[in-house]
Ligand binder design. Structure first.
Ligand code: 13P
Ligand code: SF4
Length: 309
């Protein structure tokens, strides 16, 4: 490194040396999204990771996303800038409880949101993401009982959309989306009467009831960019503002804060920094290391999901 080399240049140099690809979720800080080879939602990033033919995937997201990349492309090294980048949904759903449910209810199809640990994926029949959850549940024969886990709001939304009565739902929640209050959306609509509302399905039912569009992070961005309206109230993590402002600079986007931290940021996602990304590429650590056994059991439900078009 030269004295005048910026951290961005250092990262790009290391990326070339390591034959690496940088993936970034939409909730990453703008400076990380700027340097990424690909930005996406959890489904898009899984597909991109699966196809990668270089040596190292530097995953700027949270642990469950980097684990999924490793399972789908096990011969690559997968690094995550900060191994403490967890997720409240993962914490809400321990694998031993899922295994116990499966043993007690062998007839249930276990549909797991991608926001789960690799051990929970290994106990599941099929995965889903916020983008494809309705389609995945609709692909399961109507007579089969379902356990949907772990997000209660996404589960209730999917249950409503599919009309599935025989669907049990885990009680997990996202510490960001679940705290968005419906009354704040109502207040934002009163303030911006021409704005449309776009919401992530992890939001509470009262928020979803006010939404003009419900979808994954990428789906929200695509919808806002394509819509005729000029103003949007965006009910998801504020990192999506980066792509929204880049792709539709003439439009206005309003993010509604929650009441606990007065922000709409995921504290796990925001643990990653450019410095930590540089160090992860330099040291090839922190690295995702998983046993062959758990990877082979988790791969099947992920591949089942990817096969549903
Ligand atoms: P997406 O599937 O939209 O990327 O969402 C992931 C997530 O963690 C939402 O909070
Ligand atoms: Fe998990 Fe919520 Fe953060 Fe998404 S926003 S990674 S669901 S805690």
């Amino acid at each position: 490194m030269t004295a005048v080399q910026t951290i961005t240049e250092e990262i790009l140099d290391l990326k070339r040396q390591r034959k690496a690809m940088i993936l970034a979720h939409h909730y990453q800080d703008s400076e990380i999204q700027e340097i990424a080879d690909s930005i996406g939602d959890s489904l898009e990033l899984s597909r991109t990771a699966q196809k990668f033919e270089g040596d190292v995937i530097a995953f700027c997201g949270v642990v469950f996303m980097a684990e999924t990349a490793k399972v789908l492309n096990p011969s690559r090294i997968v690094v995550l800038p900060d191994m403490e980048a967890g997720c409240s949904l993962v914490d809400a759903c321990p694998a031993d409880q899922v295994r116990a449910f499966r043993e007690r209810h062998p007839e249930h199809v276990i549909v797991s949101y991608i926001n789960t640990s690799v051990e929970v994926k290994a106990e599941s029949h099929i995965l889903c993401t916020s983008r494809n959850a309705v389609k995945i549940v609709n692909s399961i024969p109507a007579e089969k009982p379902i356990l949907f886990l772990p997000d209660i709001n996404l589960g209730n939304y999917v249950k409503k959309q599919t009309g599935r009565e025989n669907m049990q739902i885990w009680q997990g929640a996202c510490i960001v989306h679940a705290t968005f209050p419906a009354r704040r959306v109502a207040a934002a609509r009163a303030e911006h009467p021409h704005a449309l509302v776009a919401a992530h399905p992890e939001c509470p039912p009262g928020v979803l009831a006010m939404a003009d569009f419900i979808g994954s992070t990428s789906a929200i961005i695509d919808w806002c960019v394509a819509a005729d309206a000029k103003e949007f109230i965006v009910m998801t993590e504020s990192g999506v503002g980066h792509s929204l402002r880049r792709r539709a600079p003439e439009k206005q986007f309003y993010f509604v804060a929650n009441e606990n931290c007065n922000c709409s940021e995921c504290p796990y996602m925001k643990r990653n920094t450019l410095e930590k990304l540089r160090d992860a590429l330099a040291n090839l650590s922190p690295r995702i290391e998983l046993s062959e056994d758990v990877m082979s059991r988790a791969r099947l439900p992920i591949e089942r999901m990817l096969a549903v078009r």
